[in-house]
Design a binder for this molecule. Structure first.
Ligand SMILES: Cc1cc2nc3c(=O)[nH]c(=O)nc-3n(C[C@H](O)[C@H](O)[C@H](O)COP(=O)(O)OP(=O)(O)OC[C@H]3O[C@@H](n4cnc5c(N)ncnc54)[C@H](O)[C@@H]3O)c2cc1C
Length: 457
C-alpha cells in the first residue's frame, strides 16, 4: 500500500496497514511528517502550533495512542479547562454551563434569555440543510446566534457561521434535533445515557501528552513505522495502470520516479488531493477543489505570571466578531496543561485570521505578533513584554464545511471509486475537522482496502 501524505491521517493509515501485515510506504512532501500537528519545546515552554489536544470521549485517537504505547503519557486537561469565556461588550464573560449561570449571564439580554429558554417548546425539526447560524438562531433566537454561533465555529474552524453547514460540521446536533425536536432536551438525554453507559468516558475531555504535547503522537507513530515513512517525497500525480492482478495505481513523484501499488490512500489536504487526482479522476478532483480552506495564524507567548493581571481560571476565550478585537481567541495553554510552562510562567496561544479576516495572513510575523499583543492588552490587560513569542502561519490550514459539503465529499469518493477502485481518501476535510475525525477516516479507508481475512485495529 502507498499512503500519500504523512500528517496524522496518513500516519494512522500506514500504522493500521502495517498492523494488518501489509507492506506500506508513506510519501510525505515536507521534510518531516506531522502535517498540521507540530509542537515545540523552547525556553521551557511547550507550544502546540496546530492541535493542542483531542477529545478522549470517543475511541478513535485514544485507541491509536494506546496502540503506539502512549497510554501512560496521556495528559488530561486540568478541570479549570471546562470554564470558557467570551470577550463581549468590553470584558471576558463566562460561557454559562448551568441554568443558574445562564440566568445570571451578561451575555444575553432578558428577552434574549427568555427566547433561548423557550427552545424546549418552540423548537421544531426541519429537514433542509442549514448554516450553523440559522440553526442556532432557529433554536435559540437571533440574539443567542449573534453571540454564540460565530464564536462556536471560530474556535473549531476559524470559519463563518453564516456559511458553514450545521449538517456537515455538527451532524450530532442534527441527529438530536431529529430525535428530540428540542436540542436542550436532546442534550440532556444524551448526557444521561452517556453517563450510564460509561461514567469514565463521559467525563473524559480534552487530552494531550506529557512532555512534548500532541507531537508525541506523531513521533511515536513515526518511530513505529520506521523506514516506511519517506519525507521530502512529494507526489506529483496518480495514474491508472494494469498489473498482473488487475488495476493498479501508478504514483508519480515530483523527482520523476514512480511507484506502483494495488492500493493507495490519498491523505493530503483537499486542494493537494484535487491536484493529484486531476488526470485520473477529474470528477473527484473537481469536487475536492470546491472544498475551501482558510489561512490561520497561531501566535505563541510566554509571560511571567505576575505580568498577567487576570485570574486565568479556564481554557481561554473566544471573540465574537464586532467587538473591536481582531484575534479570534486565546487559549491559556499552561492552565490546561501545567507542564507546558516553567513554574511561575504562563503560556498563551492566540489564533487569528480565518474566513472573516483573510488579511491577517498577509501580516509578517512581527506585525502579527504586535496585533495579537494589542488584543491581549485589550482583553486581558497584559502590557508587559513577553519573555517568549513566536508566530506560525498555516496557509489554507483549516477546511471549511460550507453548505453542500457532504454532497461534494460523497461525489469525490464516488468518482474516485469509479476511476481507481483501490484508492481511498483520508483527511480532516472529509467528515470532520478534528484529529479524531481525521484518524477515523484513515482507519476506515485502510480497513476497506484490506483483503478479506486480516483484521486491523
Ligand atoms: C491551528 C490549528 C489548530 C487545531 N486545533 C485542533 C485541536 O485542538 N484539536 C483537534 O482535534 N484538531 C485541531 N486541528 C485540526 C487538526 O490539526 C487536523 O484535523 C489534523 O492535523 C489533519 O491531519 P491530516 O493528516 O488530515 O492533514 P495534514 O496535517 O494537513 O497532513 C497532510 C500531509 O500531506 C502532505 N502533502 C500534501 N501534498 C502532498 C503531496 N503532493 N505529496 C506528498 N505529501 C503531501 C502535507 O505535507 C502534510 O504533511 C487544528 C488545526 C489547526 C491548523
Amino acid at each position: 500500500m502507498i499512503v500519500i501524505g504523512g500528517g496524522i491521517s496518513g500516519l494512522t493509515a500506514a500504522f493500521t496497514a502495517m498492523r494488518a501485515g501489509l507492506d506500506v510506504t508513506v510519501l510525505e512532501a515536507a521534510d518531516a511528517p506531522g502535517g498540521k500537528v507540530r509542537s515545540t519545546v523552547e525556553d521551557g515552554y511547550t507550544l502546540d502550533w496546530g492541535p493542542n489536544g483531542f477529545l478522549a470521549n470517543v475511541p478513535d485517537l485514544l485507541d491509536l495512542a494506546n496502540a503506539v504505547g502512549l497510554q501512560h503519557d496521556l495528559l488530561p486537561a486540568a478541570p479549570e479547562a471546562d470554564r470558557r469565556y467570551l470577550y463581549w461588550d468590553g470584558g471576558l464573560r463566562p460561557i454559562p454551563t448551568t441554568p443558574g449561570a445562564f440566568l445570571r449571564s451578561e451575555l444575553l439580554s432578558p428577552p434574549g434569555k427568555l427566547r433561548a429558554l423557550s427552545e424546549t417548546v418552540l423548537a421544531r425539526s426541519v429537514k433542509r440543510e442549514e448554516t450553523v447560524f440559522d440553526f442556532i438562531s432557529r433554536h435559540f433566537g437571533f440574539e443567542a446566534a449573534r453571540v454564540f454561533a460565530g464564536a462556536f465555529v471560530q474556535g473549531i474552524s476559524a470559519g463563518d457561521a453564516r456559511q458553514l453547514s450545521v449538517d456537515a460540521m455538527f451532524p450530532r446536533l442534527r441527529h438530536l434535533e431529529a430525535s428530540h425536536g428540542s436540542l436542550l432536551r436532546g442534550l440532556a438525554a444524551a448526557r444521561r445515557s452517556a453517563r450510564s453507559a460509561s461514567r469514565e468516558r463521559a467525563a473524559a475531555g480534552l487530552t494531550s501528552f506529557r512532555a512534548g504535547g500532541v507531537q508525541r503522537l506523531i513521533d511515536a507513530l513515526t518511530d513505529a513505522l520506521g523506514e516506511r515513512v519517506r519525507s521530502e517525497a512529494p507526489v506529483r500525480t496518480l495514474r491508472r495502470g494494469v498489473g498482473r492482478d488487475g488495476v493498479e495505481t501508478v504514483v508519480e513523484l515530483a523527482d520523476g520516479s514512480s511507484m506502483t501499488s494495488d492500493s493507495v490512500v490519498v491523505a493530503t489536504p483537499a486542494d493537494a488531493a484535487a491536484d493529484l487526482l486531476q488526470a485520473v479522476a477529474p470528477a473527484a478532483s473537481e469536487a475536492l477543489s470546491a472544498v475551501r480552506s482558510v489561512d490561520v495564524h497561531v501566535l505563541g507567548f510566554g509571560f511571567d505570571r505576575i505580568d498577567v493581571p487576570y485570574p486565568l481560571d479556564g481554557f481561554g476565550f473566544l471573540v465574537p466578531r464586532g467587538q473591536k478585537v481582531r484575534i479570534l481567541g486565546a487559549v491559556w495553554s499552561s492552565v490546561m496543561f501545567p507542564d507546558q510552562a516553567p513554574a511561575g510562567k504562563v503560556a498563551i496561544r492566540v489564533f487569528a485570521g480565518g474566513t472573516l479576516d483573510p488579511g491577517f495572513s498577509s501580516l509578517d510575523d512581527a506585525a502579527a505578533l504586535a496585533a495579537a499583543r494589542r488584543d491581549l492588552e485589550t482583553t486581558m490587560g497584559i502590557v508587559a513584554e513577553p519573555e517568549y513569542q513566536r508566530a506560525i502561519r498555516w496557509p489554507r490550514g483549516i477546511p471549511q464545511f460550507e453548505l453542500g459539503h457532504r454532497e461534494r465529499v460523497a461525489s469525490a469518493r464516488h468518482a474516485l471509486a469509479q476511476a481507481l477502485p483501490n484508492a481511498r481518501l483520508a483527511g480532516n476535510y472529509l467528515d470532520g475537522v478534528g484529529l479524531n475525525d481525521a484518524v477515523r477516516t484513515a482507519k476506515v479507508a485502510v480497513r476497506s482496502l484490506l483483503p478479506p481475512g486480516p483484521e486491523a485495529s
